[in-house]
Every structure is written in structure tokens, then in C-alpha cells.
Design a protein around this ligand. Structure first.
Ligand code: SF4
Length: 686
């Protein structure tokens, strides 16, 4: 787009003068190894990829790195990066009249054709507004014309797009790899069709939005009307034009695209200063609090050879000393043993360190980590039981017996790790004070084992967060715990977990409340978000910057109650603000799972039995097109037995304390665990 904004040369001139006055100037210089600079004037389609938080966080976001790679591989497109300037830099930019600019060529963001925001979490919403303002782009979609860039968003927070509906022209629901290119092509067709039309036209803009709405997985909020009942709940969400899909079904890729291997190498330390390879997308464990476990279904695995080749290429192209293998549940990657063995054979003698997060609490995980970290300093081993009693772990469908956890803890200390990190959540449905006490008891048990094995060197770090019942999970109907209860439970843990080598970290309940009302909110929150930003809220994920007062004032001014959104149990029949967004998992399955939770019933990993969550029905054609080994779901029409959720023996077992009668009928959980372990790759010999 043509503009009378500052040129890149003029922007550079100002930066030369001011950058030495701000913290970490390397956040704003660009020019890093592997960044892609294309000739601006020769490329027809220009896309700014924005991470609305600091450079250090944004550079660690794999989703944006994937899109950057995909777009820059297209000869007629360029992608450049934009991050949120920190407060000091923002003050300088506003003082100097500097617009928000890209790192690669320093073009103003408003000069791009498409601006795509990554929204992995809700605390970024006010930063989006701040960045649009810094870019000189009208905040609201309705105020923009065809002369403005198209403003898009995608990422986990977009699974409930409604609170931000007013600010984005369109949302990408699901995986963006293919959709983004389709959007650019649709944009190109639209631009060609513009001959003779005025530059700044709202009608032309409307035409573009209707074209985008035809692309599967694209949600254009302005093409839907929302109505409310007298009690403030939603009555309906209805399309206004034929192009608007209902529901908008998320997009997935049938097979994981080739991994990024030319990572940009930063000049300053970032949050995850390493390369990352996604070994598997999706998770079949079915933890009931976990949004990622639902929205990233189905499981798709990357072949071992592809992972190994990517590690080699990353070492050659980037020089990173650390590569992280990403997955929601690494232990469930079907060839995890083989992968680790072959990595160790190839890179064991080098300085390359391999991160393998999200392992299950079992001996096999300790074996794997032992192999990967041989000869290196061992800092911490992480367990995420999420609840401290067997009963509550059944409610959340993360069944691991306390006894087994303690056995693994002993192994961890015995093999030389000095610190065990334990992650828990408080506020799960049916949780009692005894379940919270049990967190302290369990942490002390682990510490006692550590002291027995290692003496005074043993450390335990405990992280406690509060459950935010997230959209699209079986807990989406639950209320978040009230603040007094959360504070009482945190106080209890603070009192109980004092002592040498204990470290306790708890989330601020006010920040959790914000995450809850934003993730569970409806369209009325757009005004609240804008008001909170105008009152000074930004960088809401940063504890020392977060302005709770601004949020509360914004709610009060709009006559809304944050607790109504966050702490209200919702009846199963209520229309939820995200009901028109489909992640492919049926509501029927989520309701069954909610009921199972309240009964303390556990279901197994769905690689063992398919529970007909809805994914296979939704993505039948893609499943047929993908090789059988690529998906964790069974092949269609053959192979594994399908297990409908409403037929015995589901749930696989019931917690005896909660459902004594059903426990007798359904039997113990042991057989599934044992059979699964028999199928696992054997532990690698030391
Ligand atoms: S379709 Fe079956 S196997 Fe696939 S994610 Fe759903 S329950 Fe699991």
C-alpha cells in the first residue's frame, strides 16, 4: 500500500539517534542471522507477523516461526516480524512520532497488506490495541476501509474470538499453515478486482471480508449477529450473509509440514534461546482441564527420520547448542525410545543439548532423560501431576497413583537430579481443602525422599496455578473458584511449604481472574478491553505492569461483572459465546466427559480405544488422505476398535470413593496401563 508515512530510511535515522537510550536496543534492530529480507518493491504481497509482547517472548514462538518460513518460501510474498516495544521504547516512539515498524526492512506496519497477530494467550489483548494505535491503524474493524491493511488473528486464544471480535477483520481458527496462503491468494484476487474503485472504500472492504468468509476455518465476526436473553446470557449467534459459515470449523493439516530448520538466531538472550522441532501435534490423554488437549486433536506424528534430519540441518544452519523436541506429551510419541537412542548415537558426544518436555511420570521417562543428559549438569526434573490425591487426579483424568509418583521421584534423585519441580492446579471441580493439604503433603513426601537420597542437596520447587475452566474443554461449564477460597488455599500452601530448599510459586488470583473473564467472555467485553487499554492496561501478562484497577474500572463503567463471566457455573443448555466455533470435538463428548469427571470416572488414552470424540467424523477426508502411521486416531473403517462413549466398558473404571457401585461393574484401571506399557518401546540400555 502507498502511504505518506515515514520511510524506512527516515525511521532508521530516528532509531540511530534514540536506540542507545532504551533498554536492550537489539530488540529493535533486526539483522539477525537467518532473518529474511526480500526486495520490498518487487514483492506483491507483504505480510507483517506480529507477536504482541516483547521480542524475547515473540522470538520463542514456534507458530510464528513456522508462518514466517512458509510465507517467505513463496516467491510473490514476504513476511516480516513485529514485536511490542517495551514501555521505554514506546515512550520514545510516541515522543518522536515513530510508527510501529517491522524488523526486517523497517517499514511502517500500516504499509503492509496483511497484518497477522499471534494470540497464544488472552493477556495480550490490550497490547494488540496498543500496537494498532502505534501503527496508526484504526482500532476497530468497522472503522477501516480498503486503504488499511487486513488485520487478522490466530492462535489458541482465537478459539473464543468474541471478546476481540471488534478489533480483527478475521480470525484463523485452527492451524494456519495452509489457511494463511489461501487468505493471501483471496486478498490478491480481491485487489485485482479493485480496478477503478476508490482507495478508501468501505464497500470494497466489505467485499474482501465476504471473500475471506468463504475460506474454511476463517471467521469474520462482522458477518454474524449476536442476540442476548433478558438474563444477559446469549440467545443466538447468527450469520448475516450466505458466505458466513456456521459453525466455523477449525482447519488442520493432515500431515505435519516440514519442520523449520533456518531459525532466526537472536543477538540477545530470549525466553527459549534454542531451536524447536515439533515431534507430534495433539494429545490423546484427555486431561479434562486441558484446552490444548482438545483443540489440537487429532494427534499427528512426525517420522523419526524427519526429526533427525531437522536436527542436523538446525545444527548446520543456526549453530544453536540446544534443540527442544516439542509435543504436548512426549512420552506418547510412538517411537520416543528409538528417537532418543538415535539422537544420542548421533549427537551424544557433541555439546548439543536436547530438551524433551512433557514426559509422563514413570521410570521410562527417567531413563530417557538420563540418556539425553548424560555428562551434563542436571538442574531440574519436572512432574506435572496437577492434583495431589488419586481421587482428584481421576476427576481431571490424569490418573497416576501417588505411590508410583514417589517411586519415580526416588529414581530421579538417585540418578543425580537435585531438584524436582512439581506443578499443581487448585480449583478443580470437586476439590476440597483436603485435596489442597495433600499438595503440601505430597511435596513434603518428595522432599523427604530427596533428603534420604541426597541429604541437604535435595530441592523441591512447587508451582501452583488456579484452574481457568477453558472453552472447548469438559470443564467449560464449571465456575472458577472464588478469590477468597483461592487466597485461603495459597496461604495454606505458603504456611505448609516453608523450609530449606523448598520453593513455592503461586499465580496471582487477580491475574487468573483476568485470564478467566477474557477466555470465557462474549462480545460485550470488547468495550471493556478498549476501555481498560485507554485507562492504561497493557502488558497484562507482566505482574509488575498489570493494572487490575484499570480492568475493574472498565467493567464497572460498562455495567458488567467479571465474576459473572469467570465464576458462574453455566448450565449445559446455555448458548456459550464460542459455540459457533467448532474444534471438531463434539459437545456430546465434552458433556459425557464433564459427567465422568463429576463421577470420578477415568477414560484411557484414546490411542487404545477411540471414544468417538468427533474428530474422525469431522475430518474424514483428511484422514483418508494421510498415511495411517501419521495419525494417532485409528484408520477409518478398519484397524482399532471404535468405542462409543455411551457404551460399557466406558468409563474404564470408577473411583471407588465416588461411585462404589459402578467401580464393581467397570473393574480396575490396571489392565489398560499394563497393556500399554507392553506396547511401548523398551527402555534403552544404559
Ligand atoms: S477420534 Fe478417537 S482416537 Fe482420534 S482423538 Fe478422537 S477419541 Fe481420540
Amino acid at each position: 500500500m502507498m502511504s505518506d508515512r515515514l520511510t524506512p530510511t527516515a525511521i532508521s535515522r530516528v532509531l540511530d539517534r534514540v536506540l542507545h537510550t532504551v533498554q536492550k536496543p537489539a530488540r529493535y534492530t533486526g539483522g539477525e542471522w537467518n532473518s529474511v529480507v526480500k526486495p520490498w518493491d518487487q514483492i506483491p504481497y507483504k505480510i507483517a507477523l506480529v507477536f504482541p509482547d516483547t521480542y524475547e517472548l515473540g522470538m520463542s514462538n514456534l507458530g510464528l516461526a513456522i508462518l514466517y518460513d512458509i510465507v517467505n518460501r513463496q516467491p510473490d510474498m514476504l513476511a516480516e516480524r513485529v514485536y511490542a516495544p517495551w514501555l521505554d521504547m514506546e515512550a520514545v516512539m510516541r515522543r518522536e512520532g515513530l510508527p510501529l515498524f517491522s524488523l526486517e526492512t523497517r517499514h511502517p506496519v500500516a504499509d503492509f497488506d496483511i497484518v497477522g497477530f499471534s494470540l497464544p494467550y488472552e493477556q495480550l489483548y490490550t497490547n494488540v490495541l496498543n500496537l494498532l494505535d502505534l501503527a496508526g491503524i484504526p482500532l476497530r474493524s468497522a472503522q477501516r476501509t480498503s486503504a488499511h491493511p487486513l488485520i487478522l488473528a490466530g492462535g489458541s486464544a482465537a478459539y473464543n474470538p468474541e471478546p476481540m471480535h471488534a478489533f480483527f477483520d478475521a480470525f484463523v481458527i485452527g492451524e494456519g499453515e495452509e489457511v494463511l496462503l489461501e487468505i493471501v491468494r483471496a486478498y490478491g484476487d480481491w485487489r485485482e478486482s479493485l480496478h477503478g474503485q476508490p482507495e478508501a472504500s468501505t464497500e470494497a472492504r466489505q467485499d474482501l471480508l465476504r471473500r475471506l468468509a468463504r475460506i474454511p476455518g476463517v471467521y469474520v465476526p462482522s458477518l454474524y449477529a449476536v442476540s442476548y436473553a433478558a438474563d444477559g446470557t446469549l440467545r443466538a449467534i447468527q450469520p448475516l450473509v450466505p458466505e458466513a459459515q456456521l459453525p466455523v470449523v477449525k482447519r488442520i493439516v493432515p500431515v505435519l509440514p516440514p519442520p523449520v530448520t533456518r531459525f532466526i538466531v537472536p543477538y540477545l538472550d530470549t525466553v527459549h534461546n534454542r531451536a524447536a522441532i515439533e515431534i507430534q501435534r495433539g494429545c490423546t490423554r484427555g486431561c479434562r482441564f486441558c484446552q490444548a488437549g482438545v483443540v489440537y486433536r487429532p494427534v499427528r506424528e512426525r517420522p523419526v527420520d524427519e526429526v533427525l534430519a531437522a536436527i542436523d540441518a538446525i545444527v548446520a544452519d543456526c549453530g544453536f547448542e540446544e534443540v527442544s523436541l516439542l509435543s504436548l506429551s512426549s512420552s506418547d510419541y510412538s517411537a520416543i525410545g528409538e528417537l532418543v537412542r538415535r539422537i544420542v548415537a548421533r549427537h551424544g558426544a557433541s555439546k548439543l543439548s536436547i530438551g524433551l518436555p512433557s514426559l509422563r511420570i514413570e521410570s521410562f521417562s527417567v531413563e530417557l532423560m538420563d540418556l539425553l543428559e548424560k555428562g551434563r549438569r542436571r538442574s531440574g526434573f519436572t512432574f506435572a501431576p496437577e492434583a495431589a490425591t488419586d481421587r482428584l487426579r481421576d476427576v481431571i483424568n490424569k490418573p497416576i497413583a501417588t505411590e508410583a509418583l514417589l517411586r519415580v521421584a526416588e529414581e530421579v534423585y538417585a540418578r543425580g537430579w537435585t531438584t524436582i519441580k512439581l506443578y499443581f492446579m487448585i480449583g478443580h471441580p470437586t476439590q476440597t481443602a483436603a485435596d489442597v493439604e495433600a499438595i503440601a503433603d505430597l511435596a513434603w513426601e518428595v522432599m523427604k525422599i530427596g533428603r534420604r537420597v541426597l541429604g541437604g542437596k535435595a530441592k523441591v520447587r512447587v508451582g501452583v496455578s488456579t484452574l481457568v475452566p477453558k472453552p472447548h474443554t469438559p470443564f467449560q461449564w464449571c465456575a472458577m473458584a472464588d478469590e477468597a477460597t483461592i487466597r485461603a488455599h495459597i496461604d495454606l500452601l505458603r504456611q505448609r511449604l516453608r523450609g530449606r530448599n523448598f520453593h513455592l510459586n503461586c499465580n496471582d488470583p487477580r491475574a487468573t481472574l483476568m485470564e478467566a473473564f477474557l477466555s470465557r467472555g462474549d462480545r460485550r467485553l470488547a468495550d471493556v478491553i478498549e476501555r481498560a487499554w485507554r485507562l492504561g492496561a497493557k502488558f497484562d501478562a507482566w505482574e509488575d505492569v498489570y493494572r487490575h484497577d484499570a480492568w475493574m474500572q472498565a467493567f464497572a463503567e460498562h455495567g458488567l461483572d467479571p465474576d459473572w463471566y469467570a465464576r458462574r457455573e453455566r448450565p449445559l443448555g446455555e448458548v456459550l459465546p464460542w459455540d459457533h466455533i467448532s474444534v471438531g470435538v463434539s459437545k456430546r463428548f465434552l458433556i459425557e466427559e464433564y459427567r465422568h469427571a463429576l463421577q470420578g470416572a477415568v477414560i484411557d488414552d484414546c490411542r487404545e480405544h477411540c471414544f468417538s470424540c468427533g474428530i474422525l467424523g469431522q475430518f474424514k477426508a483428511l484422514r483418508r488422505a494421510a498415511p495411517d502411521a501419521a495419525w494417532g486416531c485409528p484408520p477409518l473403517g478398519r484397524g482399532k476398535e471404535r468405542q462409543p462413549v455411551d457404551v460399557h466398558p466406558i468409563p474404564l473404571y470408577y473411583n471407588e470413593e465416588m461411585s462404589p457401585n459402578l467401580a464393581a461393574v467397570a473393574g480396575p484401571r490396571v489392565p489398560q496401563r499394563a497393556r500399554r506399557r507392553a506396547d511401548l518401546p523398551q527402555p534403552v540400555p544404559k
